[in-house]
Ligand binder design. Structure first.
Ligand code: ADP
Length: 160
């Protein structure tokens, strides 16, 4: 049986931290689906189609990876994709509480689902989509933090 892992998130936008996690996941599982959240009361900076485009460009060339939009409960989505593994990235202790809560709630709803936490390269442990957007808004250089295809989208955020 193929081991399908789902990596859910808002990816608003994708950073090198996310890409690092995807690479590690592809080394462990047969297929990795990046599931991009579309709603959940959390307004996004970039619309879903742009977030998908940025991810697909950033992950081009990585085998056995697909990028999809998803809405609703993650456990329902996993069922539909016949997947039992959720991938999440852990950067620091500050991620832990929220991730722990989500993982245990998902386990409560779907006991067969396992959440696997992967740690990125040290270079990316302080990196987040929101920090990168903040730097871009203020006119800083973000080339070291995001794939090349993402930079033009961030440039648009720059305050006049
Ligand atoms: P969400 O809104 O679901 O937290 P994000 O796109 O911010 O969506 O994050 C998706 C997942 O990727 C989360 O598990 C998060 O901890 C992880 N992640 C985000 N940035 C990094 C990074 N720099 N290194 C490793 N994991 C990361």
């Amino acid at each position: 049986m193929k081991r399908i892992a789902v990596y859910p998130g808002s990816f608003d936008p994708v950073t090198y931290g996310h890409v690092d996690i995807v690479r590690r996941a592809t080394a462990l599982f047969d297929h990795v689906i990046i599931a991009v959240t579309t709603n959940q009361g959390k307004p996004s900076t970039f619309p879903i189609d742009e977030r998908l485009t940025m991810l697909r460009q950033a992950l081009r060339g990585l085998p056995r990876v697909t990028v999809e939009a998803f809405e609703g409960l993650l456990v329902h989505y996993l069922q539909a994709r016949k997947a039992r593994i959720v991938i999440r990235g852990l950067r620091a202790i500050s991620d832990f509480e929220y991730e722990f809560q989500m993982a245990l709630m998902n386990r409560h709803m779907a006991p067969q689902v396992e959440t696997v936490f992967l740690m990125p390269d040290e270079r990316y442990t302080y990196l987040s989509s929101s920090l990168v957007k903040e730097i871009a808004r203020l006119g800083g250089v973000v080339a070291a933090f995001v794939p090349r295809s993402v930079s033009p989208y961030l440039t648009r955020l720059k305050n006049p």
